[in-house]
Design a binder for this molecule. Structure first.
Ligand SMILES: CC(C)(COP(=O)(O)OP(=O)(O)OC[C@H]1O[C@@H](n2cnc3c(N)ncnc32)[C@H](O)[C@@H]1O)[C@@H](O)C(=O)NCCC(=O)NCCS
Ligand SMILES: Nc1ncnc2c1ncn2[C@@H]1O[C@H](COP(=O)(O)OP(=O)(O)OP(=O)(O)O)[C@@H](O)[C@H]1O
Length: 199
């Protein structure tokens, strides 16, 4: 059995990665959502929990043992050194979990969704990379509406991500996500291109 092609799908906050992968899922493409998996490991992996508490304090978890994302976000998105430290704790655990998931996949290709593929210089680990794009102002408005947060909260994350213009130069396939109605058609054509390795 041939190994699946490993396709990365990335894009800045609010670009619409999750919206796009939901459509790929309907085409039976297996999807690994790294940001979500990172959260679940931070919630359940006792070794990670210990290291996060040691670096960021016991308040990183509430009295019921739930990850306190608001507390951690306030620390890391205001201090890039602390963000790098959190990334260096969480990221290896996600990589390991992904390799184990990948070894069980039998599809022709799989998608690995993460906001931070280029930021973490992971691009060489993929056969091809899809970038989801949308104008900055649109992304800010979408996330404000989705997460009920301030524009400033979104901007702080954008400031910790690579500029979209640089990512466009590095990616193999671009999905401009403005009109939702156009996504299905774009995605089914990309699905065909990947299956026939025409990207
Ligand atoms: C700080 C945390 C707890 C905040 O949680 P919160 O629920 O508010 O955000 P969530 O994880 O759902 O991420 C939402 C979006 O924020 C942006 N974002 C998240 N982590 C990062 C980061 N390390 N750097 C820049 N942007 C980020 C992304 O666009 C992401 O899609 C969380 O984001 C986190 O633990 N991040 C570090 C772990 C990590 O690097 N994950 C990436 C997968 S390896
Ligand atoms: N084309 C679109 N038209 C209108 N709303 C959209 C469109 N695409 C996505 N959205 C909405 O914008 C918000 C952000 O989209 P989504 O969660 O898919 O982005 P994301 O890139 O995964 O974000 P994050 O980096 O925060 O995880 C969601 O509420 C989603 O429903």
């Amino acid at each position: 059995m041939k190994k699946p092609l490993v396709v990365g799908i990335t894009g800045g906050i609010g670009s619409g990665k999750t919206t796009v992968v939901e459509i790929f899922k309907k085409l039976n493409v297996p999807v690994y959502i790294a940001d979500k998996k990172a959260k679940s490991l931070m919630q359940n992996d006792s070794n990670l929990i210990k290291r996060i508490k040691k670096s960021f304090g016991d308040q990183s978890y509430d009295i019921n043992g739930n990850l306190n994302s608001t507390y951690l976000s306030n620390i890391v998105f205001n201090d890039s050194k602390k963000l790098a430290s959190l990334n260096s704790i969480v990221h290896p655990a996600v990589r390991k979990d992904f390799q184990s998931w990948l070894s069980q996949q039998r599809a022709k290709y799989i998608l690995y969704e993460s906001a931070l593929i280029f930021e973490h210089e992971q691009q060489d680990k993929f056969d091809c990379i899809i970038l989801v794009t949308a104008p900055r102002e649109v992304r800010i408005k979408r996330v404000q509406k989705r997460d009920n947060c301030s524009a400033n909260d979104v901007i702080k994350r954008i400031d910790n991500q690579m500029d979209e213009k640089i990512k466009i130069k590095k990616a193999d396939i671009i999905i401009e996500n403005i009109k939702y109605k156009e996504l299905s058609q774009k995605i089914s054509s990309i699905n065909y291109k990947i299956l026939t390795k025409l990207y």
